[in-house]
Write a protein that binds this ligand. Structure first.
Ligand code: C2E
Length: 280
């Protein structure tokens, strides 16, 4: 991407001068420094289609997570969010060019969700990176504290851009039923706290089965996060969960570590014989 494109994105992340950033929010200096010294890294955690074993998506995660926790309640999260958006879309365009049809998911914080600037930033990033909107998924978490009415308005705007919308940590609070009622969502991501005990706890098993069938009745894609063991993957596959990810398949990795590994992830799956019947 030519330098002038980076500059176009910088306008969303920084004020016109360093001094102004320092005045407006001292935490922005940390962000400037972290970007300049490459301390901030974007990792990607693959998710696979549980019918075919093929990699279908990547969740972009900021490392170190402590950085996000420190700034989550501050305006700086907007600048980081734009950096994540741009970096992830640029990377996804590369994967697309290599022939992988992958959806990249990014996490949006409560503060970002309440700013109209988000729509402008997404539009500019999609134009700059030339990524098709359908290959970008915006994850909003059930744990968010944003006003529901305001969130619905924002989701309507996002939907108009053509990006996918995912509700993460589904089941933690059940406030997202309002978003489902308004047909604004494409994907439900089952919270990992339910996946963890799926094979040992009858209630968790029932909750997960119910979420899967509810999602399908509403024509939604359902994803399980936090798959750590083969039995969990097999359970989810048998109960027709559409996609899944977790440390059993791959921990979040930097883009360069993932180079050439996309097909290996499938081999991990094949090694366990879970998709044998399909792939033979
Ligand atoms: P999240 O969106 O729920 O992300 C999933 C977290 O679960 C990630 O932690 C991931 O590494 C972890 N995980 C995935 N599979 C497994 C597994 O099999 N076992 C276990 N124990 N953990 C697993 P991470 O990277 O530490 O991120 C934590 C949270 O930080 C994220 O939760 C998200 O809320 C926030 N976050 C990360 N990146 C961003 C970002 O770019 N923007 C915003 N706003 N928040 C972010």
């Amino acid at each position: 991407v030519p330098k002038q494109d980076d500059e176009k994105i910088n306008r969303f992340m920084f004020s016109s001068s360093y001094e102004e950033d320092v005045r407006s929010n001292p935490l922005k200096i940390e962000f400037h420094k972290a970007i300049e010294s490459n301390q901030l890294l974007l990792y990607y955690q693959p998710r696979i289609n549980l019918k075919t074993g093929k990699v279908t998506g990547m969740e972009a995660l900021v490392a170190p997570e402590t950085f996000i926790l420190a700034v989550e309640e501050s305006e700086v999260i907007t600048s980081i969010g734009t950096w994540v958006l741009y970096t992830a879309c640029k990377q996804n365009k590369k994967w697309q060019k290599q022939g992988f049809s992958i959806v990249v998911s990014i996490n949006i914080s409560t503060i970002q969700l309440t700013q109209l600037n988000l729509i402008k930033a997404i539009t500019t990033v999609l134009q700059t990176t030339e990524l098709d909107a359908s290959f970008l998924e915006i994850e909003i978490s059930e744990m968010m504290t944003a006003d529901i009415e305001e969130t619905i308005l924002m989701l309507q705007r996002l939907k108009k851009l053509g990006v996918r919308i995912c509700i993460a940590n589904f089941g933690e609070r059940f406030r997202s039923l309002s978003y489902l009622k308004n047909s604004l969502v494409d994907t439900l991501k089952i919270d990992q706290s339910f996946v963890r005990e799926i094979c040992n706890n009858a209630n968790d098993e029932m909750i997960v089965k119910t979420i899967i069938s509810m999602a399908h009745n509403l024509n939604l894609n359902v994803v399980a996060e936090g798959i750590e063991a083969k039995e969990q993957l097999v359970f989810l596959k048998e109960h027709l969960c559409d996609e899944g990810g977790g440390s059993f398949l791959s921990n979040p990795l930097a883009a360069n570590e993932l180079e050439g590994k996309l097909s290996d992830i499938q081999q991990i799956v094949e090694k366990h014989g879970i998709f044998k019947d399909i792939n033979e």
